[in-house]
Write a protein that binds this ligand. Structure first.
Ligand code: PEP
Ligand code: MG
Length: 325
């Protein structure tokens, strides 16, 4: 079965009735990218750059970061590479950068909040990414956004980074797109307002589920309450995708839900543009797409929106999955 799946690596992810879904990889390193490519990823939907900053004693320099981003851009073979700016805090710490002790780290100093508070650090990363954009199709993704002001401030730092590069006589890709993670409920609630400010959305279901349901994703005691298929989550997804479509910008999903075959009817119903997942999930999801039809999948996804509990929705999706040959 594993060998059979591997044969699908070079096959396009198209439903039986001809609807194409773009499948990309979530990576943390160049090695992950090699695996994603092996499993047929069409580029990188999420490069978690915090791993460049971990297991070392100092912040990575612009040169070091540039080296890695450039390699990723080149190895992606012309496909888009979405590089997420540093998302530390919450559950991810750096040994050499003391973050404050917090009562609620997940609701605290993390992601874009740290970047906008440490502008030199942020600018160094953006500069490295911009330089690498000469070598492939790079997009920049901002984590933990909850307001238009944060996007505007981040863009100001990006303009400074571009100016610095120009002053140094260095070039960068002329059209590097900038997008945001939709992973804070506030962002989903004002997705229409945020869509005016950016070139694309990427829905981070891991955090979105945790925040919408007020269920800590790391707390085992309440793990049974962490329900990606909760109707409240489904509504947030619908609202976000609708806002993106209204604004004419692409919207993808990059949380764990994207790699869960069961969720495919939801994505077909909502019409998301791409799914990004851990490399290990790519072939399974592709197999599922190849054995689905857009029409039936959309119907199954639509029916989920008429159900009132996570359990009903998950059961319906599991039963639908079971029909697959
Ligand atoms: C998410 O929150 O869904 C996500 C993709 O990012 P991370 O898991 O790195 O927080
Ligand atoms: Mg997240």
């Amino acid at each position: 079965r594993k060998e059979q799946l591997q044969l699908l690596a070079s096959v396009e992810a198209v439903t039986k009735d001809g609807y194409r879904v773009r499948l990309a990889g979530n990576i943390s390193s160049v090695k992950d990218l090699e695996q994603a490519v092996k499993y047929g990823a069409e580029g990188v939907g999420l490069f978690r750059t915090e791993f460049l900053y971990m297991d070392r004693d100092t912040f990575p320099t612009e040169e070091e970061q540039y080296g890695v981003y450039r390699q990723v851009a080149e190895k992606a073979g012309g496909h888009p590479v979405v590089i997420r700016t540093l998302d530390i805090g919450g559950d991810k710490q750096l040994e050499y950068f003391a973050l404050p002790e917090e009562e609620n780290p997940v609701l605290g100093y993390r992601g874009i909040r740290i970047s906008l508070d440490s502008k030199e650090l942020f600018k160094t990363q953006l500069t490295a990414i911009l330089r690498a954009s000469n070598y492939g199709h790079i997009r920049i993704l901002l984590p933990m956004i909850s307001s238009p002001e944060e996007i505007r401030e981040a863009k100001r730092v990006m303009e400074e980074a571009k100016q610095d590069l120009a002053d140094r006589g260095l070039s960068y890709g002329s059209n590097v797109e900038i997008g945001i993670m939709i992973e804070v409920p506030a962002a989903a609630a004002i997705a229409d307002l945020l869509a005016r400010e950016v070139d694309f959305f990427s829905i981070g279901t891991n955090d979105l589920v945790q925040y919408v349901l007020a269920v800590d994703r790391m707390n085992e005691k309440i793990a049974h309450m962490y329900h990606p298929y909760h109707p409240a989550v489904l509504r947030m997804l619908r609202q976000t995708v609708a806002a993106a479509k209204e604004a004419g910008i692409p919207v993808g999903v990059c949380g764990e839900m994207a790699g869960d075959e069961k969720a495919l009817p939801i994505w077909l119903h909502l019409g998301v543009d791409s799914l990004s997942m851990s490399p290990q999930s790519l072939l399974r999801v592709k197999h599922r797409i190849l054995n689905s039809t857009l029409r039936e999948g959309q119907d199954a996804g639509k029916r989920c929106y008429q159900l009132s509990t996570s359990e009903e929705i998950e059961t319906a999706l599991t039963e639908y999955l079971g029909k697959d040959p």
